[in-house]
Design a protein around this ligand. Structure first.
Ligand SMILES: O=C(O)CCC(=O)C(=O)O
Ligand SMILES: [Fe+2]
Length: 344
């Protein structure tokens, strides 16, 4: 069956749970073994748009280091947090306080605080420079200094250690996505050298049930903007995924796994063969940490659907834009909504 026909079939089927995919064989020398993993990835990307990965190669202590760093950062007083406030960045980097974001524009503030960073110049062997006409581009991150916080250096080291390991995991998934799309395994290799990967440390304070309000979700229903998201849940579950009936399915906490979900950039790039599925987090009753890593391709890559994603019956749906311009416009929409709400 052709990829497009299979997509038609799987996109009509509902899902009740999220598949778990073992990535051990993604690193196998046997192409048949790699293909088997890619078939599981393909079924997940065409159906739920979500899957867990286990045996992903990111060491446990690196993940723990990321969560420990998040916990100590969010425990700091406002002076430390404000020293890296997002208002000091022209590129969505830095600290966002509680209720300052709305993943769903209908909400009145999401009940989480965040620290955002992008590909740090110190991790990029050949940085492509700062803002370009493509819109979103690379820039320095906002790091607290040791003058304001004596833990600043170890925070930075742990966060970058996590970022770098998850970046490598993200790059290693592209050959699987390529096989899943019936493309040569190296199809994406030259398109993910300087990825537009934004990572966020998220802290959802515990909120007793009787104080929860619908207009303040943990993170409101939304889809992600980039190719895919690699999410670590720090022990307390909370993520929910919408199935086709409109029911919310729990994405449980499964130790030593990441949740991967397709974002809008990949859906657009693949002519909606891959599905980008709405998800949310309700306010948890216990303190919750999570670390989403949004993996986009290089900013200057035009999102031209690969030939396997187009047929006579399924012509190209969207005009071609570059990846950077696309993500920048989506981020700007979200941020404009917030600014208008502040003024109102
Ligand atoms: O915290 C989570 O589990 C999900 C976060 C999320 O969906 C996002 O940041 O886009
Ligand atoms: Fe998300």
């Amino acid at each position: 069956m052709s990829l497009v026909d299979l997509a038609g079939q799987l996109q009509r089927q509902d899902f009740k749970d999220i598949p778990i995919i073992d990535l051990s064989n993604a690193r196998s020398n046997s192409v048949d073994a790699r293909r088997k993993v890619a078939i599981e990835v393909r079924n997940a990307c065409l159906n739920a748009g979500f899957f867990f990965v286990q045996n992903h190669g990111v060491p446990k202590h690196v993940v723990q280091g990321g969560f420990d760093a998040a916990k100590v950062f969010f425990e700091q007083d406002n002076q430390v947090k404000e020293s890296v406030d997002i208002s000091k960045s022209d590129n969505f980097r830095g600290y966002m306080k509680l209720l300052s974001g709305n993943a769903n524009p209908e909400s009145k503030g999401d009940l989480h605080e965040a620290f955002n960073l992008g590909l740090d110049p110190s991790l990029d062997a050949a940085p492509r420079g700062h803002k370009t006409s493509e819109g979103l581009s690379h820039s320095d991150n906002l790091w607290p200094t040791v003058e304001v916080w004596k833990g600043a250096a170890s925070f930075r080291q742990a966060v970058l250690g996590y970022y770098s390991a998850v970046l490598t995991l993200g790059q290693s998934l592209f050959p699987l996505f390529a096989l899943a799309l019936d493309l040569p395994e190296d199809f994406f290799a030259d398109k993910v050298q300087h990825p537009a990967a934004i990572m966020r440390l998220l802290h959802y304070p515990g909120t007793p049930k009787d104080r929860q309000k619908e207009e303040n979700p943990g993170i409101g229903a939304h889809t992600d903007y980039e190719c895919f998201t690699i999410l670590a849940q720090g022990g307390v579950p909370g993520l929910q995924v919408m199935n086709r009936k409109g029911d919310w399915i729990d994405a449980p906490y499964i130790p030593d796994t990441f949740v991967i979900n397709i974002g809008d950039q990949f859906a657009r790039w693949t002519n909606d063969i891959f599905v980008s599925t709405p998800h949310r987090v309700l306010p948890p009753t216990q303190t919750r940490y999570s670390i989403p890593f949004f993996f986009g391709c290089d900013h200057d890559v035009p999102l031209i659907p690969p030939p396997t994603c187009i047929t006579e019956d399924r012509p190209q749906k969207y005009p071609v834009v570059t990846a950077g311009a696309y993500v920048h416009s989506r981020l700007s929409e979200t941020y404009t909504v917030q600014q208008e709400e502040k003024v109102a």
